[in-house]
Design a protein around this ligand. Sequence first.
Ligand SMILES: Nc1ncnc2c1ncn2[C@@H]1O[C@H](COP(=O)(O)OP(=O)(O)O)[C@@H](O)[C@H]1O
Ligand SMILES: [Mg+2]
Length: 318
Amino acid sequence: MTPYLIAEHVHKSYGRAIAVEDASLELQEGEILALLGPNGAGKTTFIKILATLLVKDGGKVDILGYDLDQHPEEIRHLFGYVGQDTERSAYARLTARENLVYFGRLRGMSQAQIEQQIEKLTTSFDFNSSLDKPFVTLSGGQKQAVVIMRAFLHDPPLIYLDEPTKGLDPIIARKIRAFLKNTVIQEKKALLLTSHVLTEVDEMAHRVALIQRGSIPTTGTPASLKNSLGATEFVELEKADLPPATYQKLLELKPVLFTMEREAGWISFGVSDTMEGAEAIIHTLREDHVQTGFRHHSVSLEDAFLHYAGALTERFDQ
Ligand SMILES: Nc1ncnc2c1ncn2[C@@H]1O[C@H](COP(=O)(O)OP(=O)(O)O)[C@@H](O)[C@H]1O
Ligand SMILES: [Mg+2]
């Protein structure tokens, strides 16, 4: 199947500052891909390039058979975009409905098409009761719902959302995630979103592209990124209570793969087998008569992210 979007070696600088160094990715029909990276990693710059709002310095982008440089006009019909600034993405004094009608007309949609789409979107968003309130009077979550509906209004195959749930309360954020997931899968769209909320990405994304200093070195499913660490679980012990000799013994246990400090004061032992790992560690602590704080954690996307971000930082700092 041909991907909806293919970006190859995209590069962009602001003056001498490199914002996107070398970003490549593919986005398939029915797929939710999350660009995950810390602040300043280049997520917004990259997504704005794909949305024809910024011109790249190098690289190639193909969207449903159109080249981004040669056919920006055609490409503008193929996506819906929501930027980071929700407040300024709609007219404050117009109602939610009036905003949607206005933007639908700008897109050249007929009144009947617009009404049909508003009906469909507000039903799946459960938004009907707020449709005739002025945008300015809506809550943060409702405003975000309006601008997301705006992105879906002309029924484009591609959707770009820059931090769609930033600053929203958890209930609204969950509702937005559910809407996006259902719509993208059912209607065979493709969604590219940016986020630095790891739990959200883990819940929503079919694939994750880790972006760090404007490069995308690693892409994979949330599960494959977690698995690539090699450990299934972390057994964590309180550092202060752990004699060095016991620590050495623990490192030599068969199920123990590596250690890392996920949180100050605790040593995390990545183990290959949850039960066996915990058992071997407890056995050693008993043998040495060590009493220590003990807890365990499943490997999270955050662990994978920190692992890859750490490896990358080392490489960049050399
Ligand atoms: N208009 C601009 N002029 C100069 N530098 C910019 C501009 N916009 C972004 N940057 C810089 O580019 C880098 C990437 O920014 P951005 O794409 O906003 O990252 P993110 O969305 O991941 O936080 C940052 O170092 C940022 O300071
Ligand atoms: Mg950003």
